[in-house]
Design a protein around this ligand. Structure first.
Ligand SMILES: [Fe+2]
Length: 314
């Protein structure tokens, strides 16, 4: 049995927030990647039912949007809690950096440092797949405006690591908003806006234009995750945030195709949809241009200028 045949990869959460169970079918050793604290009992039941022995509980980075279940899982099962060498998690017992290897049976899980969303972001490589955490999403990438985020570091890691991966590699992200399970890297390289060729300076300017302040509950979540929460009843995210369990810039509303946008604009004339462009004025006027009739309100100004949108519809 080759390592490729030996490994199973199951995404075991509902909704946009992903937890992966990786297991060796030969030895029944397993790892959980990005487990959520509130689901600990469900994970333990799943491990029992599958006859899995948990060897590793791994966080791909310090999460701001949900509480980590790694410490509690490690305590309940004897697994090692593994994280980036720079992570602030006090109870992480195994520290990972570029090239670190974890074994699950015959399967080797290799760590790649991919900072940008946070300084302690890791991508985990296994045969034919990469678990990208919040570094790379399908059609997007993790936001870089939370504590420790840095768009320049994200550009650095994308341009360093993506070319080193086989185009046939499957990308398994830490979140997805469109119920997509995975994507082929080669297709992502063509379609994902974050993977298109642009200078570091342009990339930083692009992401910086949409930077938002970090909500207080996310600061609290980061702090709690560094301490290693163990109370599964603890809730720090407000109810409206809990349902998305996500922080990325990926779409949280239905997407429609460019062709569909054109059809609606053409067919409905002035009574049709309002096309709002939330980029910066220099992007609106720049070489990429804008759709005729689009109304420009840069994202950082949107909340303060929301009344203007109603006037456009009047
Ligand atoms: Fe994250």
């Amino acid at each position: 049995m080759t390592p490729d045949e030996d490994v199973v990869v199951h995404q075991i959460n509902d909704g946009a927030c992903r937890t992966y169970l990786l297991g060796s079918t030969r030895t029944r050793e397993a790892a959980l990647v990005d487990p959520v604290l509130g689901s600990t009992d469900r994970y333990l039941q799943r491990l029992r039912e599958g006859g899995w022995q948990l060897r590793w509980a791994i966080d791909t980075h310090t999460h701001a949007d949900h509480l980590s279940g790694c410490r509690l899982l490690a305590e309940r099962t004897g697994a090692e809690y593994a994280m980036h060498r720079k992570a602030g998690a006090r109870h992480a017992s195994t520290r990972l950096g570029d090239g670190s290897r974890l074994r699950i049976g015959d399967v080797v899980l290799e760590a790649i440092e991919t900072p940008g969303h946070t300084k302690d972001s890791l991508t985990l490589k296994l045969p034919g797949r990469v678990l990208t955490g919040d570094w790379l999403f399908i059609g997007g990438a993790g936001r870089t405006d939370l504590p420790g985020g840095d768009p320049g570091e994200q550009w650095d890691s994308l341009t360093r690591v993506i070319p080193s991966l086989d185009e046939a590699t499957l990308v398994l992200p830490g979140h997805d908003y469109n119920a997509l399970s995975d994507a082929v890297l080669g297709a992502e390289k063509r379609a994902n806006a974050h993977l298109q060729e642009r200078s570091r300076e342009d990339y930083v300017a692009w992401l910086s234009a949409t930077a938002q302040p970090t909500p207080a509950w996310m600061i609290e979540t980061l702090r709690a995750n560094n301490e290693g929460p163990v109370d599964t009843r603890l809730r720090l995210a407000p109810p409206e945030a809990a349902s998305v369990c996500a922080v990325g810039p990926g779409p949280q509303v239905p997407q429609i195709s460019v062709d569909e946008v054109k059809r609606r604009l053409d067919s409905q004339g002035t009574s049709g949809p309002l096309l709002l462009d939330v980029r910066q004025p220099e992007e609106f006027a720049g070489e990429l241009g804008h759709v005729p009739g689009a109304v420009l309100v840069p994202l950082p100004e949107l909340a303060a200028r929301i009344g203007e949108i109603a006037r456009h519809r009047a």
